[in-house]
Design a protein around this ligand. Structure first.
Ligand SMILES: C[S@@+](CC[C@H](N)C(=O)[O-])C[C@H]1O[C@@H](n2cnc3c(N)ncnc32)[C@H](O)[C@@H]1O
Length: 425
């Protein structure tokens, strides 16, 4: 039997390359910390280097034109990735477990056990040479038209399009994890204030992941882009706030920490995600009314109006390629039109619910302008009672003019984000 961690990696790769699906957030959450760390490293390598691994495998086949089934591709990718880039893994573990995976009727392709064994054993003979050969293969094999489009869009606002290779290299490194303290109390050992974002904590290398601190709601994981986004300034404290796409609740938590006396409505349409939102807010002691409903429907029905509306809209997630490398392979299949319709519908429903002097913040973890700043331009053209609201620090790495939030992709560790703020006159 292959170990649970390798089995999970194989299942995740089947999801991506077999079903064209994203990898769920909690795909590894019931593995112990050591196994989860190994599984994350292995899956990251397979996804980030899938193109070169498959091109390499083809060169080893006697009849490459016939191709091989996905189960064999996955077993070989898992085996070769360990042999080439995880020197701490023994030859025996890397080869035998990949062969066993091949023997699994669901995850592998049993008739190819011998082939997988032979190819991996050939790789074992000189792991250093295997690593060199794979590293020398052209980087473009691991890229897709979607990845190129996203990176171009990320670099365009600062006229850095000539720095595509630099940005691509950055996407190859797993991103650092950032945390935020929610309640008073000791900060876990190894977490320290990050000088780049007020309130953000980053983790010293080799630190144990602070699971208990997160589980009991004393702290939360929140990317430094989200933390910087939520460090905006308003002239007046908002009395009533709507967070329209709220699960898992990171931004609702930030809103509560800043304005605990405000009436906060936290809207989420997906019941399963709403349950997680509820659990997170309860553990953190966040007081907010949770509404399980499609946001535009709720906005159309409610009589309430708001001083602050946050629309952290559903999007392609194209700013998160570093954290979710599977998106490189799935991006071209995303239904961008449907996402765009949802963004427009919720935005349109939110406008009449803004109080005079109220602020709407729209954000997406995407670099594609059609999901982000395009909506700001449309709103300002179509609605003369709206004006840009400068709520972020100007001339910073995150914002030129204070009313749009667009971190510099090359000089910023956080996810790619776009946000803008408009005020009702
Ligand atoms: C980008 S995530 C929000 C992250 C959250 N704001 C946070 O900081 O923790 C988008 C969320 O919006 C929800 N969603 C998508 N379309 C929605 C809609 N039309 N109405 C309400 N919620 C929606 C999704 O289920 C998802 O949980």
């Amino acid at each position: 039997m292959p170990t649970e961690s390798r089995t999970r990696v194989a299942q995740a790769l089947h999801l991506v390359f077999g079903q064209g699906s994203r990898i769920p957030d909690h795909w590894d959450s019931d593995l112990n910390s050591e196994d989860a760390a190994f599984a994350q490293a292995l899956l990251g390598l397979c996804l980030r280097r899938w193109g070169r691994l498959q091109a390499y495998i083809l060169t080893k086949l006697s009849d490459p034109d016939r191709g091989i089934p996905l189960g064999t591709q996955i077993s070989l990718a898992i085996g070769f990735a360990q042999l080439a880039w995880l020197p701490g893994i023994s030859d025996h573990a890397a080869v035998n477990e990949a062969v066993e995976l091949t023997g699994d009727r669901v995850l592998g392709f049993p008739p190819h056990k011998g082939l997988v064994n032979a190819l991996l054993r050939a790789g074992v003979k000189n792991r250093e040479a295997l690593c060199t050969e794979l590293n020398r293969m052209p980087a473009h094999l691991d890229r897709t038209p979607f990845a190129d489009r996203v990176m171009k869009a990320a670099l365009a606002p600062r006229h850095q399009e000539h720095l595509m290779e630099e940005l691509w290299l950055k996407q190859q490194e797993p991103p650092p994890t950032f945390f935020k303290a929610v309640k008073d109390g000791p900060i876990p050992e190894g977490l320290m204030p990050d000088p780049r974002v007020a309130g953000a904590l980053s983790m010293a290398p080799g630190t144990r992941f602070p699971r208990e601190w997160l589980q009991d709601g004393t702290g939360m994981v929140q990317d430094c882009s989200s933390q910087a986004l939520m460090n905006f300034s308003l002239n007046n404290p908002p009395l009533r706030i709507a967070d329209l796409c709220a699960a898992p609740g990171g931004k609702t938590t930030s809103l509560f920490l800043r304005w605990p006396a405000a009436e906060i409505y936290s809207v989420e349409q997906n019941p399963r995600r709403a349950r997680r939102l509820e659990e997170n807010l309860r553990a953190r002691g966040v007081k907010a009314q949770i509404i399980i409903e499609e946001a535009s429907k709720w906005l159309d029905q409610t009589q309430l109006s708001f001083d602050l509306i946050l629309l952290d809209a559903p999007c392609s997630g194209s700013g998160t390629l570093r954290k979710h490398p599977e998106l490189v392979w799935l991006g071209d299949r995303l239904d961008e039109q449907s996402l765009s319709r949802t963004q427009q519908t919720i935005l349109t429903a939110a406008l009449p619910r803004m109080n005079k002097g109220g602020i709407l913040i729209y954000s997406v973890c995407s670099w594609l302008p059609e999901e982000g700043l395009k909506w700001r331009d449309r709103l300002l053209t179509d609605f003369t009672d709206l004006e840009p609201a400068p709520i972020w620090p100007e001339n910073s790495v995150q914002s030129n003019n204070g009313n749009e939030f667009l971190p510099d992709p090359l000089n910023w560790e956080g996810e790619g984000f776009q946000a803008f703020a408009v005020k009702r006159k």
